[in-house]
Design a protein around this ligand. Structure first.
Ligand code: FE2
Length: 292
């Protein structure tokens, strides 16, 4: 498989101190991969194999896959999963689906079945404790499925238990504000995919301009409007973000979001926006210690 222009793989690192993380879990290491888009043009075999080798070199505790395994046709899931089976970790590989994996429903079941048969656990509004009872892993249904149900799921986790949340679309951080989220891992935006050095991604620049335009004139700019349908918060298109919540005004911690730029692409390709895997290491934090 060849792919459109993407640039070299980048391994990004995030170290995060988490309040209440059991001392036995101090130093836990995760790898996040996202947005494979494994069709003819979206992801090369070379980049995929390179990413899996980079993950295996870290020998993480968990590998977390945050959706968009395919773009539209379901067949590439077989070839992709045959490679994903080679991911190595202490406690397994966990996945959620992205908006491209959802429809038609036959695509959704094929993606879930193929990943599951390969030993990858697919979470759909589910909580599990793969590293032990002191750390919850939550995997949400994508918002486009209309089954993203944080109010059904989040109250099931005891308040003092830290939690890592997988949600494909970073916009979910808005809906998750009422609950403690130590780290939300998302993808979806591909880091904006096309970036202008010194200015930022085209979607981020365009939506900033869109928001500055009087609302009565916005309907004359349909291209920009569709960008806001993909994401409401292009400022969260990549990297680490502190999400202010009402809870932090009451003295609780804010929530935290990390958005991975993804591995795959679709036309016209990536420009100055390299594909990414993320190495995440968690540390135990005392109440007086600042977040790293
Ligand atoms: Fe995607």
């Amino acid at each position: 498989m060849h792919s459109l222009f993407t640039g070299p793989l980048t391994v990004e690192s995030l170290d995060l101190a988490i309040e209440g993380l059991p001392s036995s879990m101090d130093g836990l290491k995760f790898i996040q991969m996202s947005d494979f888009h494994a069709d003819r043009w979206g992801l090369s075999d070379q980049l995929l194999k390179q990413s899996i080798a980079a993950s295996n070199r870290e020998y993480p505790d968990l590998v977390l896959l945050t959706g968009d395994f395919i773009t539209s046709k379901p067949e590439p899931i077989d070839r992709l999963t045959a490679q994903l089976k080679n991911l190595e970790s202490r406690h397994g590989t966990y996945a959620i689906l992205g908006n491209h994996d959802l429809y038609p429903l036959s695509n959704r079941s094929r993606v879930i079945d193929t990943l599951t048969r390969a030993g990858i656990t697919v979470l759909w509004n589910e909580i599990c404790y793969p590293c032990g009872p002191g750390l919850a892993l939550v995997g949400f249904a994508d918002v486009r499925s209309r089954e993203f149900l944080p109010s059904d799921v989040m109250p099931q986790i005891p308040a003092d238990i830290p939690r890592i949340v997988l949600a494909h679309n970073p916009d979910c951080a808005e809906a998750l504000k009422p609950w403690r989220v130590d780290l939300q891992l998302s993808g979806h935006t591909h880091g904006g995919q096309i970036c202008i050095p010194g200015l930022g991604s085209v979607p981020a620049v365009a939506t900033r301009s869109y928001n500055a335009i009087p609302s009565s004139l916005r309907r004359y700019i349909p291209g920009l409007r569709s960008l806001t349908r993909i994401s409401q918060n292009w400022d969260w298109e990549r990297g680490y973000h502190e999400i202010s919540t009402d809870r932090d005004s009451r003295g609780d911690r804010p929530n935290y979001l990390y958005t991975n730029r993804g591995l795959g692409t679709y036309p016209p390709g990536r420009f100055f926006c390299t594909p990414e895997i993320t190495r995440i290491q968690l540390y135990r934090k005392s109440k007086s210690q600042p977040v790293s």
